[in-house]
Design a protein around this ligand. Structure first.
Ligand SMILES: Nc1ncnc2c1ncn2[C@@H]1O[C@H](COP(=O)(O)OP(=O)(O)OP(=O)(O)O)[C@@H](O)[C@H]1O
Ligand SMILES: Nc1nc2c(ncn2[C@@H]2O[C@H](COP(=O)(O)O)[C@@H](O)[C@H]2O)c(=O)[nH]1
Length: 215
Protein backbone atom coordinates (compact mmCIF):
# COMPACT_ATOMS: atom_id res chain seq x y z
CA UNK A 1 0.00 0.00 0.00
CA UNK A 2 1.16 3.56 -0.71
CA UNK A 3 3.34 5.00 2.01
CA UNK A 4 3.80 1.71 3.86
CA UNK A 5 7.34 0.51 4.60
CA UNK A 6 8.27 -2.03 1.94
CA UNK A 7 6.34 -0.28 -0.85
CA UNK A 8 7.68 2.83 -2.60
CA UNK A 9 5.46 2.52 -5.66
CA UNK A 10 2.91 5.22 -5.04
CA UNK A 11 4.55 7.73 -2.73
CA UNK A 12 2.95 11.12 -3.16
CA UNK A 13 4.94 13.61 -5.18
CA UNK A 14 4.67 17.18 -6.33
CA UNK A 15 4.32 17.74 -10.08
CA UNK A 16 6.81 19.75 -12.13
CA UNK A 17 6.81 22.33 -14.89
CA UNK A 18 8.84 20.75 -17.70
CA UNK A 19 9.98 23.30 -20.29
CA UNK A 20 11.24 22.42 -23.77
CA UNK A 21 12.73 25.29 -25.78
CA UNK A 22 14.77 25.40 -28.96
CA UNK A 23 15.29 27.49 -32.04
CA UNK A 24 12.28 27.06 -34.33
CA UNK A 25 12.54 23.79 -36.26
CA UNK A 26 15.00 21.98 -33.95
CA UNK A 27 12.30 19.51 -32.96
CA UNK A 28 10.71 20.44 -29.63
CA UNK A 29 7.14 19.89 -30.87
CA UNK A 30 8.11 16.45 -32.17
CA UNK A 31 9.69 15.51 -28.83
CA UNK A 32 6.78 17.04 -26.88
CA UNK A 33 4.27 14.89 -28.73
CA UNK A 34 6.29 11.77 -27.89
CA UNK A 35 6.51 12.75 -24.20
CA UNK A 36 2.75 13.22 -24.02
CA UNK A 37 2.19 9.48 -24.39
CA UNK A 38 3.00 9.50 -20.64
CA UNK A 39 -0.30 10.13 -18.82
CA UNK A 40 1.42 11.84 -15.86
CA UNK A 41 2.38 14.81 -18.05
CA UNK A 42 -0.06 17.16 -19.71
CA UNK A 43 0.59 19.85 -22.31
CA UNK A 44 0.10 23.43 -21.22
CA UNK A 45 -1.82 24.63 -24.28
CA UNK A 46 -0.67 28.16 -25.14
CA UNK A 47 -2.82 30.99 -26.42
CA UNK A 48 -1.59 32.57 -29.66
CA UNK A 49 -2.56 35.26 -32.12
CA UNK A 50 -0.90 33.41 -35.02
CA UNK A 51 -3.03 31.53 -37.57
CA UNK A 52 -3.35 27.74 -37.27
CA UNK A 53 -1.08 25.63 -39.48
CA UNK A 54 -2.61 22.79 -41.49
CA UNK A 55 -3.51 20.01 -39.06
CA UNK A 56 -3.42 22.20 -35.95
CA UNK A 57 -6.58 21.99 -33.87
CA UNK A 58 -7.91 24.81 -31.70
CA UNK A 59 -7.75 23.81 -28.01
CA UNK A 60 -5.33 20.93 -28.66
CA UNK A 61 -2.22 22.49 -30.19
CA UNK A 62 -2.99 26.10 -29.28
CA UNK A 63 -5.92 28.30 -28.34
CA UNK A 64 -6.07 30.51 -31.43
CA UNK A 65 -7.37 33.98 -30.58
CA UNK A 66 -7.68 37.45 -32.10
CA UNK A 67 -5.53 40.39 -31.00
CA UNK A 68 -8.50 41.77 -29.06
CA UNK A 69 -9.04 38.49 -27.21
CA UNK A 70 -5.34 38.34 -26.34
CA UNK A 71 -5.47 41.93 -25.03
CA UNK A 72 -8.39 40.96 -22.80
CA UNK A 73 -6.47 37.98 -21.34
CA UNK A 74 -3.52 40.30 -20.56
CA UNK A 75 -5.82 42.86 -18.90
CA UNK A 76 -7.51 40.14 -16.83
CA UNK A 77 -4.13 38.73 -15.73
CA UNK A 78 -4.92 35.31 -17.21
CA UNK A 79 -1.32 34.51 -18.19
CA UNK A 80 1.58 33.03 -16.24
CA UNK A 81 3.79 34.58 -18.91
CA UNK A 82 3.47 35.91 -22.43
CA UNK A 83 5.85 37.10 -25.16
CA UNK A 84 6.12 38.45 -28.69
CA UNK A 85 7.56 35.76 -30.97
CA UNK A 86 7.90 36.06 -34.77
CA UNK A 87 5.47 38.99 -34.94
CA UNK A 88 2.71 37.25 -32.97
CA UNK A 89 1.89 36.97 -29.29
CA UNK A 90 1.98 33.74 -27.32
CA UNK A 91 0.93 33.21 -23.69
CA UNK A 92 0.68 30.49 -21.07
CA UNK A 93 -2.76 30.46 -19.42
CA UNK A 94 -2.72 30.05 -15.64
CA UNK A 95 -5.53 27.49 -15.77
CA UNK A 96 -5.27 25.07 -12.90
CA UNK A 97 -1.51 24.60 -12.92
CA UNK A 98 -0.97 25.32 -9.21
CA UNK A 99 -3.68 22.89 -8.11
CA UNK A 100 -2.40 20.28 -10.58
CA UNK A 101 1.16 20.50 -9.22
CA UNK A 102 -0.06 19.70 -5.72
CA UNK A 103 -1.88 16.65 -7.06
CA UNK A 104 1.32 15.35 -8.72
CA UNK A 105 0.40 16.41 -12.26
CA UNK A 106 3.36 17.41 -14.49
CA UNK A 107 2.94 20.10 -17.15
CA UNK A 108 4.86 20.35 -20.41
CA UNK A 109 5.65 23.77 -21.88
CA UNK A 110 6.72 24.28 -25.49
CA UNK A 111 7.73 27.92 -25.02
CA UNK A 112 10.59 30.23 -25.95
CA UNK A 113 13.44 31.54 -23.74
CA UNK A 114 11.51 34.68 -22.73
CA UNK A 115 8.61 32.61 -21.41
CA UNK A 116 11.03 30.22 -19.70
CA UNK A 117 12.67 33.08 -17.82
CA UNK A 118 9.33 34.47 -16.68
CA UNK A 119 8.12 31.04 -15.57
CA UNK A 120 11.38 30.39 -13.70
CA UNK A 121 11.21 33.73 -11.90
CA UNK A 122 7.71 32.86 -10.68
CA UNK A 123 8.34 29.28 -9.62
CA UNK A 124 11.99 28.17 -9.42
CA UNK A 125 11.38 25.03 -7.38
CA UNK A 126 8.98 23.45 -9.88
CA UNK A 127 10.57 24.42 -13.21
CA UNK A 128 12.89 22.07 -15.15
CA UNK A 129 14.40 23.71 -18.25
CA UNK A 130 15.52 21.67 -21.27
CA UNK A 131 16.99 23.24 -24.41
CA UNK A 132 17.14 21.35 -27.68
CA UNK A 133 19.82 22.14 -30.26
CA UNK A 134 19.88 21.10 -33.93
CA UNK A 135 22.99 19.17 -35.04
CA UNK A 136 23.85 22.03 -37.45
CA UNK A 137 22.43 25.26 -38.89
CA UNK A 138 22.08 23.61 -42.32
CA UNK A 139 20.02 20.79 -40.80
CA UNK A 140 17.84 23.34 -38.99
CA UNK A 141 16.99 25.00 -42.32
CA UNK A 142 16.36 21.60 -43.91
CA UNK A 143 13.89 20.73 -41.13
CA UNK A 144 12.03 24.03 -41.43
CA UNK A 145 11.75 23.53 -45.19
CA UNK A 146 10.78 19.86 -44.98
CA UNK A 147 7.96 20.67 -42.53
CA UNK A 148 6.23 22.52 -45.40
CA UNK A 149 4.19 24.70 -43.06
CA UNK A 150 5.84 28.10 -43.53
CA UNK A 151 6.46 30.41 -46.47
CA UNK A 152 10.08 31.10 -47.56
CA UNK A 153 9.83 34.54 -45.86
CA UNK A 154 8.71 32.99 -42.56
CA UNK A 155 11.51 30.40 -42.80
CA UNK A 156 14.05 33.19 -43.36
CA UNK A 157 12.74 35.06 -40.31
CA UNK A 158 12.99 31.90 -38.18
CA UNK A 159 16.54 31.22 -39.43
CA UNK A 160 17.55 34.80 -38.70
CA UNK A 161 16.28 34.48 -35.16
CA UNK A 162 17.85 31.06 -34.58
CA UNK A 163 21.29 32.37 -33.55
CA UNK A 164 19.76 34.75 -31.01
CA UNK A 165 17.70 31.91 -29.56
CA UNK A 166 20.69 29.56 -29.42
CA UNK A 167 22.57 32.24 -27.45
CA UNK A 168 20.26 31.52 -24.49
CA UNK A 169 21.38 27.88 -24.23
CA UNK A 170 23.19 28.47 -20.95
CA UNK A 171 20.02 29.61 -19.15
CA UNK A 172 18.77 26.01 -19.20
CA UNK A 173 19.34 23.09 -16.81
CA UNK A 174 19.86 20.55 -19.62
CA UNK A 175 20.94 20.88 -23.25
CA UNK A 176 20.35 18.04 -25.72
CA UNK A 177 21.37 17.84 -29.39
CA UNK A 178 18.51 16.46 -31.49
CA UNK A 179 20.41 14.45 -34.05
CA UNK A 180 18.21 11.38 -33.92
CA UNK A 181 14.57 11.73 -32.78
CA UNK A 182 14.39 8.50 -30.77
CA UNK A 183 17.74 9.10 -29.06
CA UNK A 184 16.77 12.67 -28.22
CA UNK A 185 13.40 11.55 -26.88
CA UNK A 186 15.12 8.89 -24.75
CA UNK A 187 17.39 11.50 -23.17
CA UNK A 188 14.56 13.93 -22.48
CA UNK A 189 12.48 11.16 -20.93
CA UNK A 190 15.42 10.16 -18.68
CA UNK A 191 15.60 13.76 -17.44
CA UNK A 192 11.87 13.82 -16.72
CA UNK A 193 12.02 10.55 -14.79
CA UNK A 194 15.07 11.60 -12.77
CA UNK A 195 13.54 14.98 -11.92
CA UNK A 196 10.38 13.25 -10.66
CA UNK A 197 12.55 11.23 -8.27
CA UNK A 198 14.20 14.30 -6.69
CA UNK A 199 13.89 14.20 -2.93
CA UNK A 200 12.15 17.57 -2.58
CA UNK A 201 9.44 16.52 -5.06
CA UNK A 202 8.71 13.26 -3.23
CA UNK A 203 6.36 14.78 -0.69
CA UNK A 204 5.30 11.29 0.44
CA UNK A 205 8.83 10.56 1.68
CA UNK A 206 8.42 12.48 4.95
CA UNK A 207 5.54 10.38 6.34
CA UNK A 208 7.14 7.26 4.88
CA UNK A 209 10.47 7.87 6.60
CA UNK A 210 8.74 8.89 9.87
CA UNK A 211 6.89 5.59 9.84
CA UNK A 212 10.07 3.67 9.04
CA UNK A 213 11.73 5.31 12.04
CA UNK A 214 8.75 4.52 14.21
CA UNK A 215 7.98 8.09 15.24
N1 LIG B 1 16.01 14.36 -35.23
C1 LIG B 1 15.32 14.76 -36.33
N2 LIG B 1 15.75 14.37 -37.53
C2 LIG B 1 15.09 14.76 -38.66
N3 LIG B 1 13.96 15.52 -38.67
C3 LIG B 1 13.49 15.93 -37.48
C4 LIG B 1 14.14 15.57 -36.25
N4 LIG B 1 13.43 16.13 -35.23
C5 LIG B 1 12.40 16.80 -35.80
N5 LIG B 1 12.42 16.68 -37.15
C6 LIG B 1 11.52 17.28 -38.13
O1 LIG B 1 11.86 18.67 -38.22
C7 LIG B 1 10.69 19.47 -38.43
C8 LIG B 1 10.61 20.53 -37.32
O2 LIG B 1 10.32 19.87 -36.08
P1 LIG B 1 9.32 20.51 -35.01
O3 LIG B 1 8.10 21.04 -35.68
O4 LIG B 1 9.17 19.50 -33.95
O5 LIG B 1 10.21 21.75 -34.53
P2 LIG B 1 9.93 22.88 -33.42
O6 LIG B 1 11.21 23.08 -32.72
O7 LIG B 1 8.77 22.49 -32.61
O8 LIG B 1 9.58 24.15 -34.29
P3 LIG B 1 8.64 25.42 -33.91
O9 LIG B 1 9.31 26.15 -32.81
O10 LIG B 1 8.65 26.23 -35.18
O11 LIG B 1 7.28 24.91 -33.54
C9 LIG B 1 9.51 18.52 -38.44
O12 LIG B 1 9.19 18.22 -39.80
C10 LIG B 1 10.04 17.25 -37.73
O13 LIG B 1 9.41 16.08 -38.21
N1 LIG C 1 6.87 32.65 -24.37
C1 LIG C 1 6.07 31.79 -25.01
N2 LIG C 1 6.51 31.22 -26.17
C2 LIG C 1 5.70 30.34 -26.75
C3 LIG C 1 4.44 30.00 -26.23
N3 LIG C 1 3.86 29.08 -27.05
C4 LIG C 1 4.74 28.85 -28.03
N4 LIG C 1 5.85 29.60 -27.86
C5 LIG C 1 7.05 29.65 -28.72
O1 LIG C 1 6.78 30.39 -29.89
C6 LIG C 1 7.67 29.94 -30.93
C7 LIG C 1 6.93 29.77 -32.21
O2 LIG C 1 6.00 28.73 -32.10
P1 LIG C 1 5.22 28.20 -33.40
O3 LIG C 1 4.27 27.15 -32.89
O4 LIG C 1 4.54 29.39 -34.01
O5 LIG C 1 6.27 27.64 -34.32
C8 LIG C 1 8.31 28.66 -30.42
O6 LIG C 1 9.64 28.97 -29.99
C9 LIG C 1 7.46 28.28 -29.24
O7 LIG C 1 8.20 27.56 -28.27
C10 LIG C 1 4.01 30.62 -25.00
O8 LIG C 1 2.92 30.38 -24.47
N5 LIG C 1 4.88 31.50 -24.45
Amino acid sequence: MAGEPGSTNALKRRGLLFVLSSPSGAGKTTISRMLLSDPEIKLSVSVTTRAPRPGEVDGIHYHFVTDEEFDRCVEEDDFYEWAHVFGHRYGTPKGRIRAGLKEGQDFLFDIDWQGTQQLYQKDQQDVVRVFILPPSIEELRRRLESRQTDSPAVIEARMERARAEISHWDAYDYVIINDDVDACFGKVREILHAERRKRQRQTGLIPFVRELMGS
